[in-house]
Design a protein around this ligand. Structure first.
Ligand code: PLP
Ligand code: COI
Length: 340
């Protein structure tokens, strides 16, 4: 194992620090160049870039994990490669060949090996690939050129405390439209969520829960993660909707709940007026990992699930199974782990 950076690994939060290398590749005249590692964390782009004016951009989030024996591994990076290309299709950007995407991630992790947190700290290396429209353009239309960039930062928990219950509030606003871009990981969805996130934080909540934008009766997702609940008869339930981000963690949990924990599973409607059907609930995502939901504020009611301070048994088992695989302590389903 190479020398580690001088960082207080046990007390990392989720904030930006500059690591040594990032990857940048340019799409021009119909093709991608080979890309390269660079040390400068500034991008120099035209003031008329579509990413700046018309939100023509999408991004990804995945992590590298340090195993017990010091190796480094990625969790399902080809799923991120597929998803960034769905965003690219939706916003009329060039796709990134999946192998190019994963190779760029591998290059960045290898070059920044000193920033991959040690096993046991609970911290990980968060990797942020982004695809942006650049170049001179002012009419509403796709950019003439594109940048694909990948950087990484060591992170701790996204929600303070990690595996401790967090309370959420149902937002009066929508992050996505019924036939909009909710299922793509595009910046516009997050721009639309900033104000409601601000209001939620100001009232002491960890984040918002969004309802379906058409009827405002069904839970869609959290601003930064998908939602799941465990019913009183031990079924793992997660909302089905065309306007939520198809979370790679969520699909992994659907598989693990069924195959590793023997739970029944379903993706279906989750009514905000029927929270009583769940004995446990949680948020899941790359940054959120599994964050237990203590309670949800909806209008003037506050609904508590398992507890506001303790984590339920099913949520604990799901967390241990997911993290066990990600950190290399449990055998993974075929193809889920890419060794760095
Ligand atoms: N939903 C939203 C809005 C997110 O930002 C994320 C994070 O990526 C997720 C869900 C979880 O997706 P994943 O598990 O692929 O990280
Ligand atoms: C992720 O989990 O990768 C995300 O992009 C969520 C973001 C709000 C940090």
């Amino acid at each position: 194992m190479s020398k580690l950076a001088n960082i207080d690994w046990d007390n990392l939060g989720f904030s930006y620090i500059k690591t040594d290398f990032r990857y940048v590749s340019t799409w021009k005249d119909g093709k991608w160049d080979n890309g390269q590692l660079v040390t400068d964390n500034k991008l120099s782009i035209s003031e008329a870039s579509t990413a700046l004016h018309y939100g023509q951009q999408c991004f990804e989030g995945l992590k590298a994990y340090r195993t017990k024996n010091g190796d480094i591994q990625l969790f399902r990076p080809y799923e991120n490669a597929k998803r960034i290309n769905l965003g690219a299709q939706r916003l009329l950007m060039p796709e990134i060949p999946e192998d190019k995407f994963v190779e760029a991630v591998l290059q960045v992790v290898r070059a920044n090996e000193a920033y991959v947190p040690p096993y046991g700290s609970g911290a990980t290396l968060y990797i942020r690939p982004l695809l942006i429209g650049v170049g001179d353009n002012i009419g509403v239309g796709p950019a003439p050129e594109y940048l694909f960039s990948v950087f990484c930062i060591p992170v701790g928990p996204y929600f303070k405390g990690g595996m401790t219950p967090v309370n959420f509030i149902v937002s009066d606003f929508d992050r996505a439209a019924p036939y909009g871009t909710g299922a793509a990981k595009v910046g516009g969805n997050y721009a639309a969520s900033l104000y409601s996130y601000h209001l939620a934080k100001k009232s002491g909540f960890g984040d918002c829960i969004y309802l379906d934008p058409l009827t405002h009766t069904r839970i869609e997702e959290v601003g930064s993660a998908n939602f799941f609940g465990i019913t009183w008869d031990d079924e793992f339930i997660t909302p089905k909707s065309p306007s939520i981000l198809p979370s790679i963690t969520k699909y992994s949990l659907l598989y693990l709940a069924e195959e590793y924990l023997g739970l029944k599973v379903a993706e279906r409607d989750v009514l905000i007026d029927n929270l009583n059907e769940f004995k446990e609930a949680g948020a899941c995502g790359t940054a959120a990992v599994i964050t237990p939901i203590g309670g949800i504020q909806y209008k003037d009611k506050f609904h508590v699930f398992h507890s506001e301070t303790e984590v339920g048994p099913n949520t604990t088992k799901l967390y241990n199974t997911l993290c066990g695989i990600q950190f290399g302590d449990l055998e993974e389903p075929a193809g889920w782990i890419v060794r760095v």
